[in-house]
Design a protein around this ligand. Sequence first.
Ligand SMILES: [Zn+2]
Length: 158
Amino acid sequence: MHGADARVSVLEVYYFQEMLADSGEFEVELSKEQQAVLARIAADLARTGLALPGSLSEGYYRCGRATCRCVADPPQLHGPYAMWTRKANNRTVTRRLAEPELSDYRPLFDNAKRLRALIAELQELTLSVVGTPPTSGAKCRPAAGTKVDSSHPPTQSW
Ligand SMILES: [Zn+2]
C-alpha cells in the first residue's frame, strides 16, 4: 500500500482548483500572485493521497531494568521502535508499529504532514487576502458559562 502513489487525473485537479476558487459567499479579487499560489496549493492538495491521523515517533529506548544491556557501558539501546499516537473518542491511542507496517504506513504519515503544511499555507494565503483581523477578539469568545462542544467541530473547516 503506497498512498504517495495515488494518482488523480488532470480533470480532478481542475475540479479541485474550481472548488477552492469557489470560496462560498466570500467574494474577493485575488492578485495574479495569489491566484498562482492558490492554484499550486490546490494542485498539491489534489495530488495528496491517503493520510493517517496522529503522530509517529521513532527511536531507541532504555527499558529501565537495572541489569539490562541498555544501561551497560557502553549502552546498547533497544529498538528501533516506532510508536503511532493518535486521538480516538477523546482518548489517546498508542500503537507500536512493526517494521513492515512502518514501511507501509510511512507514506501515509508523510501525506498527513504534507496536508498540514498545505492547510497552513492556504490559511496564510487567506490571511493575506482578507488582511489580519484585529487582535483583541474579546467579543468573539463564548460568554462565561457557555458550553463549548468540541466533540462536534464545524463540518466545513475551510
Ligand atoms: Zn533494556
